[in-house]
Design a protein around this ligand. Structure first.
Ligand code: HEC
Length: 162
């Protein structure tokens, strides 16, 4: 009785061991094939480091980084990028030349630059379509700025001090 019980226990342990191997392999495989995606990986970097000058309120050279559609429409010199060709994309040319962001602004880290390069070379994958996604993006960006998602801040009390 005790013997068969311990065999069962051992079998269960072996099975559990096999299961955990399978599931951790799957996780690794998923990560290897998951692409760099505009909305998830690239836009946050562009908005943080370039958004002050290339967004809705300030749009230097008419270039807006909030949506895929706006990137493909591009600025004064045409589309900001050529899908699959980082070396032909003005966005990256200006970064590589050390011209963007301007010298007095927080620079991109080298891993951020390589992320953008890899994203363009892999075909500039995005969840949204290239066309007519402005409205969708505007809502998304506004959604991120929605008051309930902001860190708590002490309210300015006015006229109550005495
Ligand atoms: C402090 C403001 C500022 C920031 C921040 C900034 N830019 Fe610019 N950008 C400009 C100005 C001004 C111009 C127009 C003059 C020029 O072309 O140099 C410009 C032009 C450009 C152009 C040329 C567009 C065209 O069609 O001619 C590209 C590409 C560009 N910026 C990319 C970037 C990227 C990428 C970032 C972030 C890594 C960035 N910029 C951050 C001010 C800024």
């Amino acid at each position: 009785m005790t013997n068969s019980k311990s065999i069962t226990n051992r079998l269960v342990l072996i099975l559990l061991g096999m299961l955990s191997c399978v599931s951790s392999d799957t996780v690794v495989a998923d990560r290897e094939v998951s692409p760099v995606v505009f909305e998830e990986h690239v836009r946050p970097v562009l908005l943080a480091k370039c958004g002050n000058c290339h967004s809705d309120e300030v749009r230097e050279a008419n270039l807006d980084f909030r949506s895929m559609a706006a990137l493909m429409r591009g600025g004064d010199s045409g589309p900001a990028l050529v899908k699959g060709r980082a070396d032909q994309s003005v966005l990256l040319e200006r970064i590589d030349a050390g011209e963007m962001p301007p010298a007095d602004q927080p620079a991109l880290t080298s891993s951020e630059i390589e992320l953008i390069r890899a994203w363009i070379d892999a075909g500039a994958v995005a969840n949204e379509s290239d066309v007519n996604s402005d409205e969708w993006s505007r809502r998304l960006v506004e959604g991120e700025q929605y008051w309930a998602f902001q860190p708590l801040q002490r309210r300015q009390q006015s006229g109550t001090s005495d």
